[in-house]
Design a protein around this ligand. Structure first.
Ligand code: HEC
Length: 207
């Protein structure tokens, strides 16, 4: 009798526990930085949309355009300030200009910002709907429906070569830059990244 029950096929309940244990295992490894889990737990956050209505498709295009606009503004500003002020001086520019540019692009019922699972500025927390996707280091764009027919988009940002002077390994960050970062962002954990790594996200909300 006992032997038989050990060989019995998995019940729904067993399967549920197996899946739970598996997810916990995957999530624990996620902490090491390489494992990718794209779906958030059922209980947290809105589910990602796999098909978009025509209205959502238009919201997505607006989100995409805003992401492109903010990205080019930031890159341009970064290049100019690196030349004019050097890497340590560019930290100041980033601190002032990054939130200001996000505000400029946030208009006509659209809001945009940058966030990460390893933040430099603690004010760059993700919006509530995005937090689980950010925590799980989702590598693909995520689209969700939000209350009141609103739309949320989360676009991954990868690290480029020119980012390592401020977000790379400690050896890649000059002393002056390190000091400037420490002074303005005492809680900074946004270092240790290599080119190609997932660095963070643009989040966008469209009414
Ligand atoms: C000159 C130094 C410098 C360089 C180069 C730099 N960053 Fe940053 N980065 C910063 C600073 C300073 C902040 C904090 C800005 C703020 O206060 O919002 C920041 C914040 C961020 C954030 C927002 C999340 C957070 O941690 O607060 C992302 C995402 C990001 N950087 C990505 C990049 C990428 C991608 C590149 C390369 C294209 C890059 N950075 C290059 C200094 C730099």
């Amino acid at each position: 009798m006992i032997e038989k029950s050990c060989n019995a096929p998995m019940t729904e309940n067993d399967r549920f526990h197996f899946v739970t244990i598996l997810s916990v295992a995957v999530l624990s490894f996620g902490g090491c930085g390489r494992t990718v889990v794209t779906a958030p737990a059922k209980s947290s956050g809105p589910p990602r949309l796999t098909e978009l209505t025509p209205a959502q498709q238009m919201q997505k295009e607006r989100a995409d355009a805003a992401r492109g606009e903010l990205f080019s503004k930031l890159m341009e500003k970064l290049q100019v300030s690196l030349v004019e002020a050097g890497p340590a001086g560019a930290i100041d520019v980033c601190q002032q200009a990054a939130p200001q540019m996000a505000q400029e692009v946030s208009r006509d019922g659209l809001r945009i910002g940058r966030t990460s699972f390893q933040l430099r500025n603690p004010k760059n927390q993700p919006p509530e709907w995005a937090s689980e996707f950010v925590r799980l280091k989702t590598r693909e764009p995520v689209f969700v429906g939000l209350p009141g027919e609103k739309f949320g988009a989360l676009f991954p940002i990868k690290l480029l070569d020119q980012c390592t002077m401020c977000h790379g390994q400690p050896a890649q960050i000059g002393d002056e830059v390190h000091a400037a970062i420490r002074k303005r962002y005492p809680e900074d954990v946004a270092t240790g990244f290599a080119p190609g790594d997932l660095r963070g996200y643009f989040w966008v909300e469209v009414d």
